[in-house]
Design a protein around this ligand. Structure first.
Ligand code: TXA
Ligand code: MG
Length: 331
């Protein structure tokens, strides 16, 4: 397939394809999404097929207005009003009780639907022009690294999408924070692009769900028990083995330096070839680190190396979401 023919920034082409029930990759401020008409079950089924994603892993529904969200949910509680007002359009997904207009396939039969208003001008314009919302997971094969450029999407899903709407590199670079109510308490189901500290300023203390303890690969049924695939122990993962720890210490172990790739927060290491080293942010900035995270992981995954050594960031603000992705990538 000719790459140029399917990558472009023409909203009209994106809209026509979506209206036909085809898949279109869309840019958002977090990562690129693989979108289909959320009301069209056949179109939504194509998403699961293209990603090789289990159908018991539900999808986020994207739109451009709170009023539209209210028309497909049975309740829009005051916490949702507050969070929506402060953080939408933005990297926040809310779990809300759905009306039957949202198909079971989108929510995997769960009583709640995940909704988000993404903050990207091209995609907002597209969403505004459509008379249906877009179901869209990240546009990567299930379990692999999320895409943050149109080219990333093409590299992995190429022939499976009808059009890739090119909105440049994603501004945030990690997925949205997911919040819902569990046992009457506001709970974070996935750490993401909006820091928990910011959310707590608006709605007070939040419960933070960490991943389940058992290895999902040893028992696939485990997946049905976790609310969010982003909670799986292994996810967002490169193909080359990744190890997390103190890089200086790990370098003292007996591995040939030529076979090592480095993913560091802000430092480089003399003994390792420069082209094998990827620094998330030389100035130690969390936002810049998040923007670079997935593309650096992809670049490392293309190298002729045996192992990627990586380190965690300070466990605060956006560092928490980045660490969460690193831990799963290294599992
Ligand atoms: O930033 C994002 O959220 C990106 C962009 C494209 O919007 N989307 C994204 O989608 O990360 P995905 O499918 O890769 O991750 C969505 C997560 C999954 O872990 C899924 O299990 C969870 O949201 N989820 C979706 N609907 C849910 C529901 N009804 N209840 C609980 N979890 C849900
Ligand atoms: Mg994903």
């Amino acid at each position: 397939m000719n790459q140029k023919s399917i990558i472009g920034s023409n909203i009209k082409i994106a809209k026509e394809n979506l209206e036909k029930g085809s898949l279109v990759a869309i840019p958002t401020e977090t990562v690129y999404g693989l979108a289909a008409n959320a009301f069209d079950i056949k179109a939504v089924a194509k998403i699961f097929e293209a990603k090789n994603r289990p159908t018991f892993d539900p999808l986020i529904v994207h739109t451009d207005s709170i009023d539209k969200i209210k028309s497909w949910t049975t309740d829009f509680p005051s916490w949702a009003e507050e969070l929506g007002k402060h953080f939408w359009a933005g990297a926040l997904t809310l779990l809300l009780p759905r009306k039957p207009i949202i198909p079971d396939l989108v929510t995997s039969g769960l009583p709640h639907v995940a909704v988000r208003i993404p903050n990207h001008s091209l995609t907002l314009e597209l969403l505004k022009s459509l008379d249906f919302p877009l179901a869209a997971p990240s546009a990567n094969p299930f379990g692999y690294i999320s895409p943050t450029t149109a080219n990333h999407v093409f590299e992995q899903l190429g022939e499976k999408v009808s059009y890739i709407l090119d909105g440049g590199s994603c501004q945030i670079g990690v997925e949205s924070t997911i919040i819902g109510e569990e046992n009457g308490q506001l709970t974070v189901f996935r750490k993401g692009g909006i820091a928990i500290e910011e959310l707590e300023k608006v709605v007070g203390k939040l419960i933070v769900k960490e991943h389940s303890n058992s290895n999902p690969h040893s028992d696939k049924k485990e997946l049905t028990k976790v609310a969010s695939s982003g909670m799986l122990l292994s996810h967002y993962a490169p193909k080359i083995k990744m190890r997390l720890g103190n890089i200086e210490q790990m370098l003292k172990e007996n591995i040939s330096n030529n076979e090592i790739g480095i993913l560091s927060f802000n430092k480089t290491y003399n003994q390792i070839p420069t082209q094998h080293q990827f620094v998330l942010s030389e100035k130690g900035d969390f936002s810049e680190a998040a923007q670079n995270l997935f593309s650096h992981m992809r670049e490392l995954d293309k190298l002729n190396i045996k192992i990627i050594l990586a380190e965690l960031l300070p466990e605060k603000e956006l560092g928490r979401a980045i660490n969460d992705r690193l831990r799963r990538a290294a599992y």
